[in-house]
Ligand binder design. Structure first.
Ligand SMILES: Cc1cc2nc3c(=O)[nH]c(=O)nc-3n(C[C@H](O)[C@H](O)[C@H](O)COP(=O)(O)O)c2cc1C
Length: 201
């Protein structure tokens, strides 16, 4: 049975495009993989804390310390997943800080990556990730492309952890008027139909 980790991070609980399209992607995944188990992590409703000094104090020396309990839980949840549906709005050209805090909890030396004889090795192999990214402006092409630290960062950090099978659903230009917003949503729904992660495996 497949396990899908569904991560939400938009602070907009009512009209969020990443939440709307992420839910549609999840629905399609469940149609392709009936019986899959879904684990939900809503980081906006239930944020994980920023890393406290007590966390960093023990993270390399006391893997069983109580300060690392949540990190262990989040790492186990991520390790147990086959597919990750990761929703992120663009905030100030990057991801929301609640999602960054989650990354700080799961990027753990010895657990999700390691320094080996051949350099850095990501330990989360064989997973697929679907990024569902909302943006007010346009970044895929044109002059703002260099300001995209959202998709580029997520791909970099997931790749570092060994997750290289990553597909993106962009919902961009949603702040550029109702027509552009509607167009972006239609395009994103069409994109969902092309995701290879939806193929039964
Ligand atoms: C705090 C904040 C910062 C934002 N920063 C940017 C930005 O840097 N670039 C951009 O194109 N849109 C920006 N936006 C607009 C959002 O990316 C846009 O509303 C998008 O729809 C958010 O996804 P969501 O609808 O899933 O919340 C920002 C919105 C908020 C609330």
């Amino acid at each position: 049975m497949k396990t899908i980790l569904h991560i939400e991070s938009s602070s907009n609980l009512h009209t969020s495009v990443s939440r709307e399209i992420g839910a549609a992607a999840l629905e399609s995944l469940l149609r392709a993989h009936p019986g899959a188990k879904v684990v939900n992590r809503d980081l906006a409703k239930n944020p994980v804390p920023h890393l406290a000094p007590a966390f960093v104090e023990v993270m390399y020396t006391k893997p069983d310390a109580p300060e690392l309990a949540l990190s262990r839980e989040l790492v186990d949840e991520l390790k147990a997943s086959d597919v990750i549906v990761l929703e992120a709005p663009m905030y100030n050209f990057n991801i929301p800080s609640v999602l960054k805090a989650w990354i700080d909890h799961v990027a753990r030396a010895g657990l999700t990556f390691q320094y080996g004889a051949n350099g850095i090795e990501g330990l989360l192999k064989g997973k697929k990730a679907i990024l569902v990214l909302g943006r007010g402006g346009m970044y895929a092409q044109g002059p703002m492309k260099a300001m995209d630290y959202q998709e580029t960062y997520l791909r970099a950090v997931l790749g570092f952890l060994g997750i290289t099978d990553v597909e993106t659903v962009l919902i961009e230009g949603v702040g550029m008027g109702p027509d552009k917003r509607a167009e972006a949503l239609t395009k994103a729904r069409a994109r969902i139909a092309t995701l290879t992660a939806l193929k039964a495996a």
